[in-house]
Write a protein that binds this ligand. Structure first.
Ligand SMILES: Cc1ncc(COP(=O)(O)O)c(C=O)c1O
Length: 403
């Protein structure tokens, strides 16, 4: 038995994924949309991107050790924290990061919003590649900046970049920033070095800042290779990389991430804006967990990746053999699988109803990633295998009884 087979009851821990259906301002979707599913109804939540696995013991031990000291006053972020991040990037991702490039931030989504608000003038725009992680749209929208959609090409069950359109969008005189999801959430694709170089060259030519969100970059399926934008030093002048151990080690609630900016002028501009809003500090426990995870969590991660790959293979095989009317998009990275349900011929509401109310499995609905996600569902596979099996059987029953 694997450590990842253990089932933890996360209900009543204020887990967004499990309890968000019952309460909470931020996760009101459950309440508003599916009031009938509260209480004891055993819906399986497979939406928001955290894992139903315990964090590595090395992280828990480091946190416990600090808790032995009963004072939690103002703290500093020690050099050893920055060193651990740089060593991880060098050893696991093969690129050189200088400590002074790192701006700690309490989460990548807030950092992204600060970058949009702080680096773009009021009439400037952001290029995104939908279907994509929805805060890439909310960031510009809530800060009243424009969006240029370089919609990904979906053909024969796989995604690629429309480079001609990408160049046209970057050439817009108001285009100022490109937000890249690498690996891409929700489609699970890794961008190759050749694709990164091509995007990088277009951005450099049109003076567009690249914001490369690499939060899923440690969750690479065994056998696949990840190339960080940070490894492409020719683009460092125009580059922001966002990364964190939060997806990798299941630490999202500890709110600690890194915004890495090699160019000192760009970094001062970003950090100046963050400091103007007094948002440059991170949580003591986030710092401790980051350092412990990056220093000692490698073996745990290697085991996790094998488990996730097996969950992916199980899902692919089940759907291929028993539900050929829906299709799993090839997944090279992340524990999120993107499923094309368009052949079911259901509109948005009917498809949501089928999964949520009939199968009683809660995915992230494809359309929340933009209209380009219509007809798709995103399933989070980071759960014990027995739960995944139950969810797949429920989905099968609902689809078959609707056919
Ligand atoms: C691409 C991407 N960026 C950022 C985040 C969230 O980052 P944070 O929790 O650090 O704000 C997620 C979470 O799902 C994500 O998928």
């Amino acid at each position: 038995m694997s450590q990842f087979d253990t089932i933890y009851n996360r209900e009543y821990t204020d887990s967004a994924k499990w309890d968000g259906r019952k309460q909470g301002e931020n996760f009101i979707r459950w309440q508003r949309t599916y009031p009938s599913l509260h209480g004891d109804d055993a819906i399986i939540p497979m939406w928001v991107a955290d894992m139903d696995f315990a964090a590595p013991q090395v992280v828990i031990d480091a946190l416990k050790e600090r808790l032995e000291h009963p004072i939690f006053g103002y703290t500093m972020t020690p050099d050893s924290y920055f060193e651990a991040i740089c060593d991880w990037m060098q050893e696991r991702q093969g690129w050189h990061c200088e400590q002074e490039w790192i701006c700690p931030h309490a989460g990548i989504v807030p950092a992204l919003f600060f970058a949009v608000a702080g680096l773009l003038a009021a009439d400037e725009k952001v290029v995104i590649q939908p279907p994509v992680y929805y805060p890439f749209m909310y960031g510009p929208q809530r800060n009243e900046r424009g969006i240029l959609r370089n919609t990904l090409i979906y053909k024969d069950g796989a995604y690629s970049i429309d480079f001609e359109d990408f160049e046209a969008k970057c050439a817009d005189p108001k285009a100022k920033m490109f937000i890249l999801s690498h690996p891409h959430n929700p489609i699970g694709r890794l961008w190759s070095e050749a694709e990164l170089v091509r995007m990088g060259e277009i951005c450099a030519k049109h003076d567009v800042i690249i914001f490369s969100d690499e939060i899923h970059s440690d969750l690479i399926m065994p056998g696949e290779d990840f190339v960080s934008f940070g490894a492409l030093t020719q683009f460092h002048d125009n580059l922001i990389i966002a990364n964190a151990p939060s997806k990798t080690f299941n630490l999202a609630g500890l709110k600690c991430s890194s915004v890495i900016i090699p160019n000192a002028t760009l970094r001062d501009q970003y950090q100046g804006y963050v400091m103007q809003h007094a948002a440059e500090r991170v949580n003591l426990f986030g710092v401790i967990s980051t350092e412990a995870a990056y220093r000692h969590g490698g073996p745990w991660l290697d085991e996790l990746l094998v488990y996730l790959k097996d969950n992916l293979t199980l899902t692919e095989t089940f759907i291929r053999d028993r539900l050929p009317m829906i299709k799993v998009i090839p997944c090279q990275a992340t524990y999120l699988v993107w499923i094309d349900c368009s052949a079911l011929g259901l509109d948005r509401e009917a498809l949501d109803h089928l999964f949520i109310e009939e199968a009683r499995v809660y995915p992230d609905e494809g359309h929340i990633f933009g209209d380009e996600g219509d007809g798709f569902m995103r399933l989070n596979l980071a759960c014990p295998r027995s739960i995944l099996e139950e969810a797949l059987v429920r989905i099968e029953k609902a689809i078959v009884s609707n056919a």
